[in-house]
Every structure is written in structure tokens, then in C-alpha cells.
Design a protein around this ligand. Structure first.
Ligand code: GLV
Length: 342
């Protein structure tokens, strides 16, 4: 079709091939480098749709530059990189990729949990460096996981999947969420508690909330002060959920035992001092980074984008209210949208 789309990062080939088979012009920003702001503003102009990643800030200015688009497909489950309110105002549908990355992200949360508890990274470095001279009764002593208490903050899809994996380790599960999770209560006898109770009681606190104004710095100095000195904090959600400077302070003072982080407040920058600590495991935001998962995410983003181009509701639209007025690209309804805005 005579569609012109822009993909802001190199994504799995299967999705690019699908889009190339359906669109006349598919431009991909290749390589590892991020688009500079001016490049992004320039590249989105005159496109029919954009497929972007969480590394692109799609704010009102970018949306204005991309004013002709029929939709924005984000290749991520989180979409805090997009000003959805502004997109809705312009009648632009926005989609995400829920569901397919739940297991990969839950697996990674557990990888971080074990790596932090059992000091896997320093132990690996020690072994590689040839320092392993003999088994030692006091060598790399860590913390038990089996039988301990897991605290899940945000018991949605990923939080639930993380909790379910604790079954194999005979853990007690506490969770904190505005909505009761009957499934977790039935399957694991999980207990819904206040944030304060969870922080005071859990041996492992794992974060699984969306980033919203309410969850920004959900875990700050006060909350870190409530966590047990023997407990660990795991974050595979979004960096700004944790006040990273306060976390560095808590880790430096050994106020908590350790942390496992996949996300950062000012990604890709780390808070000063974080990288020098040996009681934290640091990963470069790879929660969903398996070949199969990223391929599925890219294909879902491509399917959403094609639906938006055809003027059909995107299967994973996060602002379905745009369809009440008609998505961009649906000519009859679009006139209504424009009239409404005038
Ligand atoms: C990754 O962080 C995602 O939101 O998909």
C-alpha cells in the first residue's frame, strides 16, 4: 500500500519484513545509536505511522511534527515514553505490546533476585580473576531464598508471574496493589497488605508497577528505611519508581542488604555511586530481551501499526477513546475529529 512509515530503532527482521510487505516506504533508523531530538522531529514528519521504542520520547512536540500519522505503535508494554493524553487530543491511537513479555520479564526478575542474594556477579569476577584457590567456609556467603517472604508491589501480569515462580522455593507471598488478586490469593495464599507492611516484612521486594505520577519515587528514602537490613530490592519495572539517589545511600550504608536493577531513573545514566557498589546487580534494561520475546513484541507492534494504517482499531490500543471519535486515517470519522478540535 502507499504507506510511508518510520521505525525508530532496528527491530527483529520478521517485523520489518512484514511491514515492508505491506507498506511502500519503510525507513528504519539502523544501528545502536539513538536518534537525536532534532533527527526524531525531522524523521517523523510526513509519515503515515511510526513504530517506536521506549527510548524515544514521543511528546506533544513530536506528535505535532508527526501530525499526519494514523497511529503510534510502541514496541514495549510500558508507554510512559509517550504523551498519550496529547496523542488522544490529536485523535492518534497509541498501542503497546502486552502479554508476550510477561514470562521473560518475570524470569529476569528472578535472575536478579538470585544474583543479588547469592552474590553471583562478584563471585564470577573472583573466579575469572584466578582468585579461587580453595573452597572456603566463609567464601561469598549470601542469603537464603527458599522459605523466605517475597513482596510483590504491583500484582498485574508480570507481578503475578513473578509471584507464581516462588512456588518452587516455598516462599510466602505478600502483595500490594489497589486491586485484590484473587488468583494469587487462591494459588499461593498470597496476602494483600499495605505498602508499609510489605516493606517491613518481605525478604525480597520486587517492583512491578507502571510508571505514573503516583508511582514516581514510590520507593524513596522513607520506604527504603522500612525495608529490613537483610532484605533485597529488585526493580524490573521503570527506573523512576525508585529514588535512585536514596537507593545509593541505603546500599552504601548497608541499610538494605542489596538490590537488583534492570532500569534506572535517568536511563541510560546511573546515579552517582551506584556502579561502585558491590551489593547491587546492574543490568541494561533487558527484562524482555530474549530472541523469541523481542520477535513477538516487534510482530505485535507491526500488527498494531498495520491495523492503525487501515483505519481499524489497533488490537492493543492504550487510548481506545480515540475510536469513539474515529482513529486518524478513517476519513469520515477524521473529519468529525477535526471539526471537534476546531
Ligand atoms: C520494557 O521495559 C517494556 O515496557 O516493554
Amino acid at each position: 500500500m502507499n504507506w510511508n512509515i518510520f521505525i525508530t530503532r532496528e527491530i527483529p527482521k520478521e517485523a520489518i519484513d512484514l511491514l515492508k510487505a505491506n507498506c511502500d516506504t519503510v525507513e528504519v533508523h539502523e544501528g545502536d545509536s539513538l536518534l537525536r531530538r532534532e533527527q526524531l522531529l525531522e524523521k517523523v514528519r510526513g509519515r503515515d505511522s511510526i513504530l517506536c521504542c521506549l527510548t524515544e520520547k514521543i511528546d506533544a512536540e513530536v506528535l505535532a511534527a508527526a501530525s499526519g500519522v494514523k497511529g503510534i505503535a510502541n514496541m514495549a508494554v510500558g508507554y510512559d515514553n509517550i504523551d498519550v493524553k496529547a496523542a488522544t487530543k490529536q485523535g492518534i491511537p497509541v498501542s503497546n505490546t502486552p502479554g508476550v513479555l510477561t514470562d521473560a520479564t518475570a524470569d529476569l526478575a528472578w535472575a536478579l533476585l538470585f544474583a543479588a542474594a547469592r552474590r553471583i556477579i562478584p563471585a564470577d569476577k573472583y573466579t575469572r580473576a584466578g582468585e579461587f584457590k580453595a573452597w572456603g567456609p566463609m567464601l561469598f556467603l549470601g542469603a537464603d531464598v527458599t522459605g523466605k517472604t517475597l513482596g510483590i508491589i504491583g500484582a498485574g501480569r508480570i507481578g503475578t508471574a513473578v509471584a507464581m515462580r516462588s512456588r518452587g522455593f516455598g516462599m510466602s507471598v505478600l502483595y500490594c496493589d489497589p486491586v485484590r488478586n484473587d488468583f494469587l490469593e487462591k494459588e499461593l495464599s498470597a496476602r494483600l497488605v499495605s505498602l508499609e507492611e510489605l516493606l517491613r516484612e518481605a525478604d525480597f521486594v520486587s517492583l512491578h508497577v507502571n510508571l505514573t505520577p503516583e508511582t514516581r519515587h514510590l520507593i524513596g528514602e522513607r520506604e527504603l528505611g522500612l525495608i529490613k537490613p537483610t532484605a533485597y530490592l529488585i526493580n524490573t519495572s521503570r527506573g523512576p519508581v525508585v529514588d535512585e539517589e536514596a537507593l545509593v545511600g541505603a546500599l552504601q550504608k548497608r541499610q538494605i542488604a542489596g538490590a537488583g536493577m534492570d532500569v534506572y531513573e535517568q536511563e541510560p545514566r546511573l546515579a552517582p555511586g551506584l556502579a561502585e557498589l558491590d551489593n547491587v546487580v546492574l543490568l541494561p534494561h533487558i527484562g524482555s530481551a530474549t530472541i523469541a520475546t523481542r520477535t513477538k513484541m516487534a510482530l505485535i507492534a507491526a500488527d498494531n501499526l498495520l491495523a492503525m494504517l487501515r483505519g481499524e482499531p489497533a488490537p492493543n490500543c492504550v487510548n481506545p477513546e480515540v475510536y469513539k471519535r474515529g482513529p486518524k486515517g478513517h476519513s469520515a470519522l477524521q473529519r468529525t475529529t477535526t471539526a471537534e478540535h476546531a
